[in-house]
Design a protein around this ligand. Structure first.
Ligand SMILES: O=c1[nH]c(=O)c2[nH]c(=O)[nH]c2[nH]1
Length: 298
């Protein structure tokens, strides 16, 4: 019987890094979590404990911090991830590929009675911005995204016409609450997009489509959101979503002699519907290794 080493990668996960740009009295902060992983000529470390090619995960972590200084900050997370990936693959001939994942947490300046404060911030309850840069030799892919973008519409959502089986109890509705936490990842064509502008546009397009689609199913809303992004953003090849259907059940107030015309709901946290789909441009370049190690998406 032969046994061999399969695919492998290793690195430091969730390197927490806050960068303060303090070149003026009005500070700017960037708060990220970086997961660095490397691939390459790493057979011997697994089979024989030979560490001669094993760029320590501690070294990878230190590189993240040092690059934040040497680079004068982080910039767009896509650029920082590309910088790290190119460094690791370019500087070590035994490292052939890299996967750099970054999550960014948003902060806003605290609004004081004297205006926005110079160096005090409040974590904005908004979504987390993400990127995964994969480098395999000379080939590079960027998959960016967001998660935790919680949205709700209090009407403009129906659900009916589904199969009725022996186990169906769900009443049809022409007016329900539609709520979800949008989790999305989109694959870029190339590595030269205006990342910040693209991110802002994608988020705005998704929110606009969620708000303005009269929904007959969360699946339909999801598809509209994806279509809106691909129609407006030529730099994006495809977008994938994983969205919970956060059910809001009408409370029966009749025991109290009260009617309830869609005013009082029980917000259930589980179970929830789990709606996932990819929306793709049919002439998109092949995905290659872009989606490897991006779990949680179909
Ligand atoms: O938008 C919905 N899609 C479904 O697939 C589904 N299933 C269900 O019970 N409620 C809903 N709502």
């Amino acid at each position: 019987m032969g046994i061999r080493l399969g695919d492998n990668q290793y690195g430091k996960a969730e390197v927490r890094l806050v960068h303060v740009a303090r070149d003026t009295a009005v500070h700017r902060i960037k708060d990220v979590s970086v997961t660095s992983q490397l691939r390459g000529d790493l057979e011997a470390v697994h089979t024989a404990g030979d560490n001669s090619h094993c760029l320590a995960t501690d070294t990878q972590k230190n590189t993240v911090y040092a690059f934040a200084k040497e680079n004068g900050g982080i910039g767009a997370i896509e650029d920082f991830a590309l910088l790290l990936a190119r460094h690791f693959v370019g500087a070590h001939d035994y490292i052939h590929g890299a996967r750099q994942e970054i999550h960014e947490y948003a902060w806003e300046r605290i609004a004081t009675s004297d205006g926005p404060h110079d160096h005090s911030f409040v974590r904005s309850g908004a979504e987390t911005r993400t990127t995964v840069v994969t480098k395999d030799g000379d080939r590079e892919w960027v998959v960016s995204g967001l998660e935790g973008l919680t949205v709700l519409k209090s009407t403009g959502s129906e659900f009916h016409g589904y199969p009725k089986t022996a186990y169906t109890t769900l009443p049809e509705t022409a007016d329900r609450i539609l709520a979800t936490d949008v989790k999305a990842r989109w694959r870029y064509i190339g590595t030269g997009a205006d990342w910040d502008a693209s991110y802002a546009a994608v988020k705005a397009l998704m929110l606009e489509a969620f708000a303005t689609t009269h929904s007959l199913a969360l699946q339909q809303t999801l598809y509209r959101m994806g279509t809106a992004v691909l129609e407006a953003r030529p730099e994006i090849a495809e977008i994938r979503f994983s969205m919970p259907n956060k059910h809001h059940f009408l409370v029966d107030l009749s025991p109290f002699g009260l009617d309830n015309p869609n005013e009082v709901f029980f917000a259930a946290d589980r179970p929830y519907g789990k709606i996932e789909a990819a929306v793709e441009r049919d002439d998109a370049p092949p995905a290659g290794r872009a989606w490897e190690s991006v779990p949680g998406f179909v």
